[in-house]
Design a protein around this ligand. Structure first.
Ligand code: ARG
Length: 588
């Protein structure tokens, strides 16, 4: 089958007709009609062409329509108003598209012709620091983009890119040294071996870090101590390295659990520290290329350009105390991703507050010849706010704990299931599992269905309703189609499709527009386009279900066709929800 999108196919056909009239083929761009009473497809190219061609748009539209009269992939061409072209799909094309979708593993998703190797960086949690809302959105959006890239054929590696190399590591070391100075890691000139067992648990870290951070804010001497420990760690002091490894290991185990709960996984668990060996040679190379400049004892790369609308400060490469920061590890990570992981492209899913940072890093990478800036993308996102319109905090005012947030949506989901009389005749464990899936779906869908670049409000009650554009509604719609098929005892097999009723035609059209949704979501890196498709498709099925008999249709051929159409819808909904990272329960 062709994995090209339907609108692209139609646009090519209409474009040819424009070209045959001596006009630009791009004028043939086809879109879905804006109004339900019109034929489903529309092209406004005649209007755009009129001025340059020096002819009235209607005359152009008529000439194009005449050329399209013989088309095998579109039919019923009409001209509306001053020169809008409207048309339909012949039943054979619609049926052909559905047969192809049914046979396709990805249920009609669009595919790239020239896939790339893409590294996607969508974690960024910091060892010992709690996850914040920015990390939550990065995980949800990044997981979806990873799945989307894979679906269209890219070769993708997801990297968590742990924050494991900054000042917070020195703060933890210094704090622990105060509490337990006798630990072997702190002995001067000791080279180990050190105990295999970690001296701290993840709860210890959660207690130590805020304590250390508060102390550093209050007392410059404590800050100096932490900075000193950071420099020593980075320059390889064995006891500190051993301790650091324990911090990282206990954090990783806890993170894996939190992310797992959200259905978010990573192929690579690399961190800022991994590129440490690359930093010294990188600094030498940057120096040799004449890119480093001295600035108050630090070394920086100037990345500002004449035509900048706002000032872009230089990228800090080596701090005055010799330690390296966030900018240098990100720059070195680009070298690693390009040289060792053969990345064609790197996509960073990190919140909007870091736009300037990435602008600096990308420009520096480009200047240094590490990777061209147009292959580095910061796919930033807006903030998840509380109902007060400020970045979401817990009731106590503290930073978000992912666990609390998940518990909130899951308990809301349990309430809703009870209200709706759902999941009642299952075991308590099964019910808990259904509520968990519904809660996670609610949270993820709410996040993904908002355009990535917008802020949105965390409102668990609204997220879990079964009516409207929510994750639970889509799960429910999907489960319901499955039960229609189960009740009928047949999924229609390979029955020939008969697409005649307006509700059938509408559903078939929505199904054939999946490739367009995938392409649109992919090109814009915007998961909400997939959410829109899932929702429109579920609604089209609802109308079909309300208007057409399915399992109890008396005509055998029609019954089989409708069961098959239901199955194709079920499979495509499942597919798109899988790309969104939203699991569908077996029953609800
Ligand atoms: N650790 C960073 C933070 O918490 C996010 C890292 C994002 N990825 C990156 N390559 N900089 O803000």
């Amino acid at each position: 089958m062709t994995k090209e999108s339907l609108l692209d196919r139609l646009s090519a056909e209409v474009g040819e007709a424009f070209a045959a009239e001596g006009l630009d083929a791009a004028l043939g761009r086809v879109q879905r009609s804006g109004r339900k009473e019109l034929p489903p497809f529309q092209c406004n190219g005649a209007m755009a062409a009129a001025k340059a061609a020096g002819k009235p748009p209607r005359v152009i539209a008529e000439a194009v329509a005449a050329r399209l009269a013989e088309s095998s992939i579109l039919t019923g061409v009409t001209i509306g108003g001053p020169g809008f072209l409207n048309f339909d799909l012949p039943q054979s094309v619609l049926v052909g598209a559905l047969d192809a979708i049914a046979a396709d593993d990805d249920k009609g998703a669009w595919q790239r012709v020239d896939p790339e190797r893409i590294i996607i960086d969508y974690g960024g949690p910091n060892v010992a620091k709690p996850l914040h809302v920015g990390h939550l959105r990065a995980a949800i959006i990044g997981e979806c983009l990873k799945r989307l890239f894979r679906t269209v054929g890219d070769d993708v590696l997801g990297d968590i890119h742990l924050g494991d190399w900054g000042l917070q590591m020195g703060q933890l070391i210094a704090e622990l040294k105060r509490e337990q100075p006798d630990l072997p890691y702190f002995a001067e000139a000791d080279e180990g071996p050190y105990p295999a067992e970690s001296p701290v648990t993840v709860d210890d870290l959660a207690r130590l870090y805020p304590k250390a951070s508060a102390a550093c804010k209050e007392d410059p001497a404590r800050l100096a101590e932490a900075q000193e420990a950071t420099v020593e760690l980075q320059s390889g002091r064995p006891g500190y390295r051993a301790l650091w490894q324990h911090f990282v290991d206990v954090s990783k185990a806890a993170l894996e659990k939190d992310y797992g709960e959200l259905g978010v996984t990573f192929d690579l668990w690399k961190g800022e520290a991994d590129v440490d060996p690359l930093i010294a040679p990188m600094v030498d190379e940057l120096q040799a290329k004449g890119l480093l400049e001295e600035s108050d004892g630090a070394r920086v790369i100037r990345v500002a350009r004449e035509d900048d609308k706002k000032e872009i400060p230089p990228l800090l490469v080596v701090k005055s105390n010799g330690s390296v920061g966030y900018g240098s590890t990100d720059l070195a990570t680009i070298i690693e991703r390009k040289r060792e992981l053969s990345a064609d492209r790197v996509v960073y899913v990190v919140d909007a507050r870091q736009r300037e940072h990435f602008e600096q890093v990308f420009r520096a990478a480009d200047l240094a010849g590490y990777m061209s800036a147009d292959r580095l993308e910061h796919m930033w996102f807006g903030t998840m706010n509380g109902t007060d319109g400020k970045p979401f905090k817990t009731r106590a005012g503290g930073v978000l704990r992912l666990r609390d947030l998940i518990d909130q949506v899951v308990s809301e989901a349990t309430k809703r299931l009870d209200q709706g009389g759902m999941a009642q005749d299952v075991s308590p464990e099964e019910k808990q599992e259904i509520a968990r899936r519904v809660g996670i779906a609610a949270l993820k869908f709410a996040d993904l269905s908002n355009p990535r670049t917008s802020d949105y409000v965390f409102d668990p009650e609204r997220f879990v309703t079964f009516e409207g554009k929510t994750g639970p509604y889509l799960q429910y719609a999907t489960v319901r189609i499955r039960s229609v098929l189960q009740k009928a005892g047949s999924d229609g097999g390979d029955a020939p499709l008969i697409i005649e009723d307006p509700a059938e035609i509408d559903l078939a059209l929505e199904l054939s527009l999946y490739a367009d949704a995938v392409q649109g979501a992919y090109e814009k890196r915007m998961p909400h386009v997939l959410c829109d498709h899932a929702f429109t498709l579920a609604q089209a099925f609802s109308r079909f279900y309300a208007n057409c008999r399915i399992g109890d249709e008396a005509d055998g051929q029609r019954r089989s066709s409708r069961l098959r159409l239901s199955r194709i819808t079920f499979e495509q909904l499942n597919s798109v929800l899988t790309v969104l990272g939203i699991p569908v329960p077996e029953k609800m």
